[in-house]
Design a protein around this ligand. Structure first.
Ligand code: SF4
Length: 324
């Protein structure tokens, strides 16, 4: 094995269960450089649960789901935030940290949900359903958030919808999240047709096959999965809720119906749990690498900016969510 620095060597202990030793030398140089650049620039790295383990466990300062990243982004004492995730997450971090420099390592790191709806679409929905409050999932652009009344995440969507005290609510853009929430509330939900390209591919038949092949397996599903998948699962919740479920219940065998890196990241913390891993990769999340995080810090790119008139209104929608 190639020699590695002592910093990288100590970090390898965290990920040895999910990264083979032969692969580690390819990461250690970038990791050492990123740790040095973070100190130099007084920077922090926020990493979503779908980031690969060498990012999630070795260079990130704050990890979690969209809600956790949005919340913790507000408390960081740093000049620079690097968002290891997709573009709408970087915009959300910028909304909540207008005075900090927010960088995203690859501007093309998008999201099929965020791309499924525009600000103009939201304005048309408001005209079509006058007086009906509009809840936008955090997986949307700042321009879309600016047109909405309040944001939500998969973790707090039910609480947000019910906090409005309205008989009917529009939920954009994830059709399946909207339907999964509709099944749990008396509030009438008007949905949009957006889908997450990762979660829409899971089927109820996949779960039945998994149960046959792996007896006693506990199935956890993300609420962006189709309703029939959620119905077949033992538990449905945000990435944070799934991780919490594994920690509290410690199932002997578990499968997470979500993005591939999530299982790797949770498995690191729970060596006693067997993870069955049929999963779907998010090509957008996978655009973020150690190499482009290093480059982002070194060359100060790509700086996330939001037009101030949009930012003011979008920030309001996010802050209303955080107050629920
Ligand atoms: S996993 Fe789905 S919702 Fe998350 S960034 Fe990828 S496409 Fe968007």
């Amino acid at each position: 094995m190639v020699a590695m620095s002592s910093t990288a060597a100590s970090l390898y202990d965290r990920v040895r269960r999910v990264i083979p030793p032969i692969e580690w030398p390819a990461f250690s140089d970038d990791i050492d450089a990123i740790l040095a650049l973070k100190r130099e620039r007084n920077a922090v790295i926020l990493a979503h649960n779908y980031q690969t383990p060498e990012i999630f466990h070795c260079v990130a300062d704050i990890v979690g789901d969209s809600l956790a990243l949005a919340r913790k982004a507000m408390t960081v004492d740093a000049d620079v935030i690097v968002l290891a995730g997709v573009h709408f997450m970087a915009e959300t971090a910028k909304l909540l940290n207008p005075d900090k420099t927010v960088l995203i390592p690859d501007m093309e790191a998008g999201c099929s949900l965020a791309d499924s709806v525009t600000a103009e679409d939201v304005r048309l929905m408001r005209q079509r359903y006058p007086g009906v409050p509009i809840v936008t999932y955090v997986n949307t652009s700042a321009a879309v958030k600016a047109e909405s009344d309040i944001c939500c995440t998969s973790g707090n969507a039910l609480a947000v919808v019910e906090s409005l005290g309205a008989p009917r609510v529009i939920m954009l853009p994830d059709e399946y999240l909207a339907k999964n929430i509709a099944a749990r509330t008396e509030v009438e939900i008007i949905a949009w047709k957006g889908h997450c390209e990762v979660h829409e591919r899971f089927t109820a038949a996949d779960i039945r096959e998994l149960r046959e092949a792996h007896s006693g397996v506990t199935v956890l599903a993300h609420p962006e999965c189709p309703p029939e998948v959620v119905a077949e699962a033992d538990f449905a919740g945000s990435t944070a809720a799934m991780s919490d479920y594994v920690g509290r219940h410690k199932p002997a065998r578990v499968v997470l119906m979500t993005e591939c890196s999530m299982s790797d990241n949770v498995a690191v913390e729970h060596p006693e749990v067997e993870f069955i891993r049929p999963c779907n990769l998010c090509p957008h999340m996978k655009r973020i690498t150690l190499a482009n995080i290093r480059s982002a810090l070194k060359h100060n790119r790509h700086v996330v900016t939001i037009d101030e008139s949009v930012a003011l209104r979008a920030r309001l929608a996010v802050e209303r969510m955080l107050a629920v």
